[in-house]
Write a protein that binds this ligand. Sequence first.
Ligand code: MN
Length: 224
Amino acid sequence: MIAIPAPTTVPVTGGNSFPVRRVYCVGRNYRAHAIEMGADPDREAPFFFTKPADAVVPSGTTIAYPPRTGDYQHEIELVVAIGRRGRDIPVERAHEFVFGYAVGLDMTRRDLQIEARKAGRPWDMGKAFDESAPCGEISPAATTGPLTGGAISVTVNGETRQSSDLSLLIWNVAEVIADLSTYVELAPGDLIYTGTPEGVGPVQPGDRLVGRIDGLADLEVTIR
Ligand code: MN
């Protein structure tokens, strides 16, 4: 018999763990990043893509440089962990569905993503590959309160590569939850990577990345 795979879990501050059900990601959710990706920075409706649950790896992981790419890039993002089931969630009630927050990296094979985009093909092989969703410890929303602002950054070998503020999200956390819940029913265990600010760029084997968001636990990964 094939053993049932153990669910992927993310540590929660205080000792619990959060079992991952689904991983959603928002595309182009900061103006300056939309511009650097060659897109219209005007407020277009949010759009979503997904990663498999087992692409999530915890802070402290040494992740392999992935195959089939020559342009493996970091995208630092705020991750929202969902704690309640819901669909068609109103913006005003969206924060009731947040279990907590974490620092995440939407690791991307940029060359494959761009190639797919040009050809009008799915992004999956550029985005949804092994170990492509590092996620730091989850801080419960009960202690952080709603996150509507705060510094977000990532360093590579100590050098700052991306630095912005959560207040610059085009679609904020509540709006992302409300819109996503009109497409799919959200449920406990869902993670939402809310998009990256400008400054995305390549990493190499041996690099050490540290992601930070005010008030949350740091996320640290090394590439081998
Ligand atoms: Mn992203």
